[in-house]
Design a protein. Structure first.
Length: 292
């Protein structure tokens, strides 16, 4: 899930996650009676240590448990989205604070986007009981299913990134790499430059395509074909960082770029979103009165 940064790119450019002792009274047997001579007492039996995590899914299981151990979390979001053509760039920066309740699941995000021309727009989002409620700028609240692609692009959920990486790990191709260093565990998927159609079926690329779709729709409306066959993935990297001791999620980053040929040059699209865990949230996530 990701935040749509809302760049009005086409307007500017293309207009050119011891009970047993309670027995009945009777003879007391000496300690050890009836126990095989070679049986060791429970306290003397070696205890088996849990198997250390090795695979990406092992670490994701531990991360899920670590995050579920608290009632709610706070994390920060910083994002940058842009479209560049013929040396001219249009885009927006986004900053937000997110509160994420674990059980029942609920999310509240409040942030602001700033366009490359300096215009500022507030954005607030709630996700509860399968429904997303969005308020942008001075407009009123609107709602849609949380599964709606537009709402999914609007929501940042550091906890949901764990499930996203689980899907990556279960997909064929051993996409997820694992690195442990400096007190952290890093899970990563990524790609260098290649035709989008060559990796279109990878789940982490499908997310990038979903993020790009609103811009692609603007391009098509402007008469510029933006189908998969014409697009090149200039690069993609998604990284989930866990604390190596507690297995809590520390951060998540998703960035990618796409190239679309037009008029002998490339239209360049870029998205870079980063989330940082700011610790436990001692509060609740509830809809304000009147928002339904």
């Amino acid at each position: 899930m990701r935040t749509r940064l809302g760049c009005a790119a086409l307007v500017l450019l293309l207009s050119l996650s011891s009970a047993a002792c309670g027995a009945e009274d009777g003879p007391v047997e000496p300690a050890g009676a009836g126990v095989p001579a070679d049986a060791a007492p429970e306290s003397a039996k070696p205890t088996r240590s849990p198997k250390p995590p090795k695979s990406p899914e092992d670490f994701l299981d531990l991360a899920e448990k670590a995050m579920a151990a608290e009632e709610a979390w706070t994390f920060s979001v910083e994002g940058r989205e842009g479209l560049t053509f013929q040396g001219r760039r249009s885009g927006a920066d986004y900053r937000a604070t997110v509160r994420r309740a674990m059980e029942p699941e609920a999310l509240h995000s409040k942030g602001v986007s700033t366009s490359s021309k300096g215009s500022v727009k507030d954005e607030e989002l709630y996700v509860l009981d399968g429904t997303a409620y969005l308020k942008e700028g001075g407009a009123g609240w609107k709602s849609a299913p949380a599964s709606d692609p537009g709402m999914r692009n609007k929501a940042e959920d550091l906890v949901a990134a764990v499930e996203e990486f689980r899907a990556y790990a279960r997909a064929a191709g051993d996409d997820v790499t694992l690195t442990a260093a400096d007190g952290t565990v890093r899970l990563r998927v990524g790609s260098g430059r290649q035709a989008l159609s060559a990796v279109r079926d990878r789940p982490w690329v499908k997310k990038a395509v979903r993020e790009f779709e609103p811009t692609a729709r603007q391009l098509r409306d402007a008469g510029i074909p933006a189908d998969d066959a014409r697009l090149t993935l200039s690069g993609l990297e998604e990284v989930l960082v866990l604390d190596a001791r507690t297995y809590r999620v520390e951060s998540h980053r998703f960035e990618f770029g796409l190239l679309l040929p037009h008029g002998g040059r490339d239209i360049v699209y870029e998205l870079d979103v980063r989330q940082e865990n700011r610790g436990v949230f001692d509060g609740t996530v509830e809809l304000p009165a009147g928002v339904r």
